[in-house]
Design a protein around this ligand. Structure first.
Ligand code: GLV
Ligand code: MN
Ligand code: MN
Length: 409
């Protein structure tokens, strides 16, 4: 970059803290589920900041928000971004860092009077988390044309609301078209959400790609009956089958090894009473692997086990795919630039894959894309205790600033 610009870390942190007030939980965490009231309040705040920084704000038909900063020339912008929705037990940084880091880059350039050749953009995408609506990342999927708008609008939340109605209710169903975006390159700054950078004393992660993600919902229907009188051989116990699937998923991940992980994050029993055999179990299994063939193997084995176990117990099994994304590799020349810029700034840097899903994996289908990670204390995320040191947040934003300024020339 022409000037040795650095971001203002205190200003970035102040915005992160202020946004965390929207949807603040009494325990210090954040609950800004997609398209809920707290998400609306967060959106309003970030849009206000975008306007104060001179960005031209557009909102598209699935509620993605893009703030555009003019360049010396017209054309496709270099885009920064991420999401501002959170899981129900979220922290201050997951998603917010990429969006507010982008605003910090813009403000740093504004203060220095730098107008880049290409336009810049800061975006936040709807429902990245997928905690309230599935699939996750449907905002960036629709933005890039990988999912039909109508399909995303028709999705129903875990609390029974249609995405279209919630968008209307919070006033974020915008006029901008979706599906054919014109983006020169996309760079997403994000907390690692895993233990590697902190444990190995790195400040920056140059993210090589995102692992494949497979989300399945199993609905098991048996028969509720008396816990004391029903002989074991006469049971149709949906709770038992659900528990067996959960145990199998973990064993499967350990057996396959490598990057394979498996999580049963939701399991609801009906009627959920101490002395009643469960009639119904609804559960989710999240399988991920950087290796798509192994991920497919895990899916096959899990499906076979669920079918056999349900049949043996006389329990009906219904299966629904909630999300399925292949692994994605980021643009090698951008990954190399993240690494090189970190070294120029004397920041210890490591290449690594992302365990979490990100909007960048969708943008990668339409333009060169990459991600910059900063360390997560204790590797903890999707947890109210999520924490990244202020100096690491600023270091990540400095790498973002340099890379974006370079790409915009
Ligand atoms: C999103 O945070 C995911 O990876 O589940
Ligand atoms: Mn995220
Ligand atoms: Mn997340």
């Amino acid at each position: 970059m022409r000037q040795n610009l650095r971001v203002n870390g205190a200003r970035l942190l102040a915005r992160l803290d202020r946004l965390a007030e929207e949807g603040a939980r009494p325990d210090g965490g954040v609950c800004r589920l997609a398209l809920g009231d707290a998400d609306k309040a967060g959106r309003d705040l970030v849009v206000q900041w975008m306007r104060e920084l001179g960005l031209t704000v557009t909102i598209d038909a699935i509620g993605n928000v893009v703030g555009l900063r003019r360049g010396q020339e017209d054309g496709a912008p270099v885009m920064m971004g991420s999401h501002i929705d959170t899981v129900a037990t979220g922290g201050h940084y997951d998603g917010a860092l990429g969006v507010l880091g982008g605003l910090e880059v813009v403000e740093t350039l504004n203060d220095a009077g730098v107008v880049t050749k290409r336009p810049l953009a800061v975006a936040f995408f709807t429902n990245e988390e997928g905690a309230r609506f599935q699939p996750d990342m449907f905002g960036s999927l629709v933005f890039t044309g990988a999912m039909p708008l109508e399909a995303a609008l028709a999705t129903v939340s875990i609390d029974g609301r249609k995405a279209s109605e919630e968008l209307d209710r919070i006033g974020y169903r915008g006029p901008a078209a979706v599906g054919r975006p014109n983006v020169h390159a996309y760079v997403e700054l994000h907390v690692e959400q895993g233990p590697t950078l902190e444990a190995e004393d790195f400040t920056i992660g140059a993210v090589e790609g995102v692992q494949g993600i497979s989300w399945t919902e199993f609905t098991l229907t048996g028969q509720s009956n008396h816990a004391g009188t029903t002989p074991m051989r006469m049971r149709h116990d949906a709770g038992y089958v659900g528990a067996a699937i959960a145990v199998y998923a973990r064993r499967l991940a350990l057996e396959i090894g490598g990057h394979q992980v498996a999580t049963v994050g939701a399991l609801t029993l009906t009627p959920n009473l101490v002395n009643v055999v469960a009639e119904r179990a609804v559960m989710t299994v999240d399988l991920r692997n950087t290796d798509n063939e192994r991920l497919k193997q895990a899916e096959r084995r899990l499906a076979a086990f669920a079918a056999e176990t349900a049949a043996a117990e006389g329990v009906k099994l219904e299966t629904r795919t909630l999300a399925r994304f292949d692994p994605v590799a980021f643009a090698p020349h951008l990954v190399a630039r993240v690494e090189a810029i970190a070294k120029e700034l004397e920041l210890p840097v490591k290449r690594l894959p992302s365990g979490a899903g990100h909007d960048a994996q969708m943008l990668a289908a339409i333009c060169p894309a990459c991600m910059i990670f900063t360390p997560s204390a204790g590797g903890v995320s999707h947890n109210i205790a999520e924490y990244t040191r202020p100096e690491d947040l600023a270091a990540g934003a400095d790498v973002l600033l340099r890379l974006v300024a370079e790409l915009a020339e």
